[in-house]
Design a protein. Structure first.
Length: 302
């Protein structure tokens, strides 16, 4: 089998439907994978929204890159799949965007380099993930909710927030946040690296491929987690909290995560994803110590 064309769709550059800060983050992930696939001599096909295409005309000049410029990303996504051999989507779980695009890949017959739709359905839903893993690993107690109004107990002026079934309530866990990245196929998991996360109001960067006294134990807990979720494939991240000797699994990310911005591996992540889809033995080395942090324009490397 001689597969040569990869369709890669990154939601932020493909749609432009995000703030500029998130657009810079998505573009960085896109650029990393794009160049890795091009370095492996594959032809790459992608979708760019008109805003990105006008701002970055260099994409249309790149050798072996086919660009569809469109503000109708669903139809362009389907067109991108038409004559491609592989497909990889990077998109948010919200509104079932990642799930629906993954379903289109599976219906197209392209080889999917990412998680199957069954894996996205479970891992992309924090409550379904909790239900799948709660009897296997330590994880915060998690509850679905009906519609609630939340007010300050001593507040005035009728100030309140409203939360509905799209939210969960989760036990607060003390500790230091980490993630572990895996390449996965058919319940076989290759740990790529353990990363320290910088969390303020949200994810703000991290330190890639760190050493930790509980690293091996953490890997085992993450693998036990992934074993409970069907359809996990390709690049997947597991977020966890470490407090003393205690490890708690927080969530599973069934897609490329921002950590890829700091992973320097030989072979590249792109090459590993191709080898993985053909069920080849995965062997790699990862450099340690790379750090990056969010700024007003995306991320800076420290």
């Amino acid at each position: 089998m001689n597969k040569k064309k990869i369709f890669i769709f990154e939601f932020t550059v493909g749609t432009g439907l995000v703030p500029d800060e998130l657009l810079a983050e998505g573009k960085l992930m896109f650029d990393i994978l794009l160049n890795q696939f091009l370095d492996e001599k594959y032809t790459v096909k992608t979708v760019l929204c008109e805003k990105i295409a006008k701002k970055h005309p260099e994409y249309t000049e790149m050798t072996n890159l086919e660009v569809l410029v469109s503000d109708d990303y669903i139809n362009s996504f389907k067109e991108g799949l038409n004559d491609s051999d592989f497909a990889l989507v990077i998109a948010p779980e919200e509104d079932l965007i990642l799930y629906n695009l993954t379903e289109l890949i599976e219906e197209s017959g392209c080889l999917n380099l990412g998680c199957e739709k069954s894996g996205v359905k479970t891992a992309g839903d924090k409550f379904l993930t909790y239900e799948a893993i709660k009897n296997t690993v330590n994880t915060p107690k998690t509850f679905p909710i009906k519609k609630y109004v939340v007010k300050n107990r001593l507040g005035c002026d009728s100030t309140h927030d409203t939360f509905d079934e799209n939210y969960i309530v989760q036990e607060f866990i003390e500790g230091e946040p980490y993630s572990i990245i895996f390449i996965a196929k058919n319940k076989k998991f290759y740990p790529v690296c353990m990363n320290k996360q910088y969390i303020e109001e949200r994810y703000c960067g991290g330190e890639i491929n760190i050493e930790h006294a509980l690293k091996e134990k953490a890997i085992i807990e993450c693998e036990k987690t992934l074993e409970k979720i069907d359809g996990i494939n390709g690049y997947v991240g597991v977020d966890l909290m470490i407090n003393g000797e205690n490890i708690s699994i927080l969530e599973v990310n069934p897609r490329i995560t921002t950590s890829i911005c700091g992973i320097k591996s030989k072979p590249s992540i792109g090459k590993l994803l191709i080898d993985n889809v053909f069920e080849k033995e995965i062997k790699f080395e990862v450099e340690s110590g790379l750090k990056f942090k969010r700024n007003d324009f995306g991320f800076e490397f420290l």
